[in-house]
Each structure stands twice: as C-alpha cells, then as structure tokens.
Design a protein around this ligand. Structure first.
Ligand code: SF4
Length: 275
C-alpha cells in the first residue's frame, strides 16, 4: 500500500470528501483513505428510495470509519422531486433524479469551499465519473493513481471485514429500488427479495408512468412478474452465467454474476449513483 503517497493528499488545503453511494467501490475508497486523511468527510445523498441493504451497509461502514456519514436530502427525497416534476418519472434520457438527489445536494453541502472530491473509479474502468461544473470542486481518482483494480477493491473490503453489500447476491448496483438501469434478473431479484418494494415500483409506473412509460422501457413490471416471464429471464441469466463460466475458468461466482449482468446490458449505469 503506497501509504506515504496517499498521505500527501491530506496536506492539500481545502475540504476532503468521499461521496458514498452504498456501492462497493466508493465504500472501498473510504476504507482506503480513512487512515491517511484525518480531516476526511463522508457524505451520502439519500434518495429515500434506497434498498434496506444499502442503509444497513452504510451503518456498518460508519461504525468502521468511526466518523459520521453525513446524510443529505432528509427533507427532500424522491417523492418531493417527483411532485416538483408534476409526477413525471425520470428515465435514462431525462435523469432529473440524479441532478436533484445527488448533484445539487452535494454542491449545496460544499458551498463555495475548495473541495477535493474523491471518486471510486477503479484502475480497470474506462469511465471518468461525474465531474462537477463548479471550479471549486476538484475530482481525485486514488484507485486510478495507485492502480487499484477490482481485485484490489475486493481485498480492501475483505481485509476491513466490511465485505460486499448483501444486495450483491442479486443486484450489482447501488441506488434506488426502481432504478431504470436495472437488468431483468435484478428486477426479478427485487420481486423475490422485496415484494413490497417491487409493488411500490409498479405503483409508480402505473400511477405516474403515463402513456407507454415503463421503468424497463420495453415491458411493464406487471408483465415481468408473470411466472412464465420470470422463468424465461432466469433461464437467460443462467445461460449467460454458463457462457461466462466456460469462457473464464478462474472467476468467482460474484465475478461471473457481474459478467452475466453486463452481458445482458453493458451500460455503465449512472456515473454518480453506481460507484
Ligand atoms: S439510482 Fe437510478 S433512479 Fe435513483 S437517482 Fe440514480 S439514476 Fe436516478
């Protein structure tokens, strides 16, 4: 671990902030930086529609960090902004959710202070994450700087005892229960693990979706929950898992799961919510 070089971060004047998403990479980043930047602040922009597993994971991380994770949006979660948008649900093209629930609360939290914003993009990823338009916010990519890839992230999580969020058993990305970036099998996972949250997602779709709007774009949630459709989705997922297993002998189950999910839809998801 290049501890001296990481400690150099702390000497930079300004605030130092890790914005947590409830995902594995931003969590591993907080763990990586914790002992090197004493003034480090942790923040979580809560949409108020996160998975119960995410809240549990953040509580566990908070205990490990021995410092509070500041939770933003206490008074203005997803439902508030849905009202402000006259009930129009967000989608991949019109992502008001990210702007109102992630970017703006973070920018309001830091104000005009000079900020080093640490971002958990790994060395093995091509994306750059969200870069604020505020000139006072400077993005920092420690995992890229120090060559920490997926395996390095897993080591950090294991050695800290924090591990992966439990939703990883059925879903790869953090974020809202009904996030429109979910893959078919993840929706099935939501239905089976959290039927109440699946019903809530369905209610949003039925009451606010309007003509032809579905979270999944190509099908209604009420169609997806048909037992025949569930069987079909599971079979396709198993086939993708098998293909990945055949192609890559030494992968763990979690890695195979990730590859199979990416094979269904390899979009990177949201650069802010899914870290
Ligand atoms: S997780 Fe998905 S639905 Fe929630 S704020 Fe992010 S992009 Fe929007």
């Amino acid at each position: 671990m290049p501890s001296d070089a990481v400690a150099d971060y702390a000497a930079r004047p300004g605030r130092h902030i890790v914005s947590l998403s409830g995902g594995k990479d931003s969590t591993a980043l907080a763990i990586f930086l914790r002992d090197h930047i004493p003034q480090l602040e942790y923040v979580f922009c809560d949409t108020q529609k996160e998975l119960p597993e995410t809240y549990e994971y953040l509580d566990m991380l908070e205990a490990f960090l021995a410092k509070p994770i500041v939770r933003l949006n206490a008074a203005r979660g997803f439902d508030h902004w849905l009202d402000m948008h006259a009930g129009m649900l967000p989608n991949q093209r019109v992502r008001w959710c990210t702007a109102h629930l992630k970017i703006q609360p973070f920018e309001a939290f830091v104000g005009d202070d000079p900020v080093w914003s640490y971002i958990g993009i790994r060395a093995d990823e091509q994306r750059s994450g969200y870069i604020s338009t505020k000139r006072t916010i400077t993005p920092v990519y420690p995992f890229k700087e120090f060559g920490i890839d997926r395996a390095g992230v897993m080591t950090l999580l294991e050695q800290s005892g924090i591990g992966l969020p439990t939703y990883y058993e059925w879903r790869q990305r953090s974020g809202c229960t009904f996030c429109f970036f979910q893959r078919s099998i993840e929706w099935v996972g939501l239905l089976e693990r959290h039927p109440d949250l699946f019903e809530e997602s369905k209610r949003y779709e039925e009451q606010n979706g309007g003509n032809g709007f579905y979270w999944r774009q190509k099908e209604r949630l009420s169609d997806l929950q048909d037992p025949k459709r569930i069987m079909e989705i599971k079979q396709h997922h198993e086939q993708r898992m098998k293909r990945e297993r055949d192609n890559s002998a030494n992968k763990t189950l979690i890695e195979l799961q990730e590859l199979a999910l990416d094979a269904e839809n390899d979009e990177n998801g949201c650069n802010i919510c899914h870290l």
